[in-house]
Design a protein around this ligand. Sequence first.
Ligand SMILES: CC(C)(COP(=O)(O)OP(=O)(O)OC[C@H]1O[C@@H](n2cnc3c(N)ncnc32)[C@H](O)[C@@H]1OP(=O)(O)O)[C@@H](O)C(=O)NCCC(=O)NCCS
Length: 141
Amino acid sequence: MLIGDYSGVFSLWKNMTGIGLDGLCDSRQGIRDYLRRNPGLSFVACDGKKIVGAVLSGHDGRRGCLHHLAVAGSHRKLGIGKALVEHCLKGLAGQNIPKCNIFLFRSNAIGRSFWKHNGWNLRTDLSIMQKGIRKQDADIC
Ligand SMILES: CC(C)(COP(=O)(O)OP(=O)(O)OC[C@H]1O[C@@H](n2cnc3c(N)ncnc32)[C@H](O)[C@@H]1OP(=O)(O)O)[C@@H](O)C(=O)NCCC(=O)NCCS
């Protein structure tokens, strides 16, 4: 994924059930910054010129993280999602990152079943805790 893909990627993500967009991080500038910090680790799938799949990935030096894996409804069950994830994991492994996490809405049954089917384990011993860092985000949960 390159920043030039932004419009097509954003069109895919917006209004897609299971994908939660953040006004700052998912803006053009936010994605530009993300891709700069994590070069070569995020991917798109194209059908001709149309973007039909996308995923962001990066790492913090210890764990990888995948965000916003999405495949257009018209192109599901063709192996695109799996291929996008495999590209990310290959890139992360190449940087000696041993494990990868994903965030999944509890309500996302399709996503949960996809990840399970593809060998991802639900960590029931962990919870996510979060704090807004900027003043304007302080009350957001
Ligand atoms: C989840 C999603 C990305 C899957 O994409 P996809 O391209 O249809 O998946 P693939 O075709 O690559 O499937 C790979 C394998 O997973 C299986 N699979 C696909 N969707 C599945 C599902 N919902 N439940 C169980 N297995 C599933 C496929 O049958 C295939 O199995 P196989 O390798 O044994 O033949 C897609 O359904 C999607 O975009 N969902 C909405 C967004 C979303 O929830 N993303 C996850 C956010 S955490």
